[in-house]
Design a protein around this ligand. Sequence first.
Ligand SMILES: *Cc1c(COP(=O)(O)O)cnc(C)c1O
Length: 249
Amino acid sequence: MLCPLRAPHHHMIITERLEHIHDRIAAAARRSARNADEITLVAVTKTHAPAIIAEVYAAGVRHIGENRVQEAASKAAELASYDLRWHLIGHLQRNKARRAIELFHCLHSIDNLRLAETLARLLTEHGRPALPVLLQLNISGEQSKEGFNLPGGLENPAFDTFCAEVAHILALPHLQLSGLMTVAPWSENPEQARPIFRNMRSVRDELARRFPQVSWHHLSMGMSDDFAVAIEEGATIVRIGRALFGERA
Ligand SMILES: *Cc1c(COP(=O)(O)O)cnc(C)c1O
């Protein structure tokens, strides 16, 4: 637990954890013959005070993940002088979409067609240039997971239906579709997540074949317990909270 520690101590521990995470990212990249520079660390700060963001900023972190629009907005206001990129990683309700496009640099959690339509309309009204977005997929089929429902990925009989939805989203203005995101089921053994990550990658590769006009570059996958496996399977963005900041209250 981080909470009982006094500030200087606490600072050191986060910095050490960050170094350790960077080492593990580099090691996983090496194992899969990839360049660690291709992998972006998004520090997930939900539930934590803005001060913690200032700490990791001092250690070089620039990408911050939050799952609630309101919480992110208040932190971003407090940290307005910091050069940060805000990533929305949680489900977005359409009535929060306007706020979201004013704040976030990337939305990882596009999980239905109507949300994409709403965002495109608001971006048009707003006169904002293209906003990078990722499509969130539910590859595991767990009921509790958000995302386009595609258990089994490419093997799912509804894959063509999903592709029709993708084509629809591609036709919308101002959304810069940049790849896919998923949350793997939690397990003691991160190897359990490997098939999910591999599946994501094959869906991505098939989408790239069917829709070559889009850069499907990003695979946002891997969290505190499974990011090394995700990198071995092609993650370009890992979203890490607990391994950096400790357990959430
Ligand atoms: C909370 C959260 C994370 C970070 O999870 P940790 O286990 O704390 O690393 C990553 N992605 C999403 C979508 C989250 O909600």
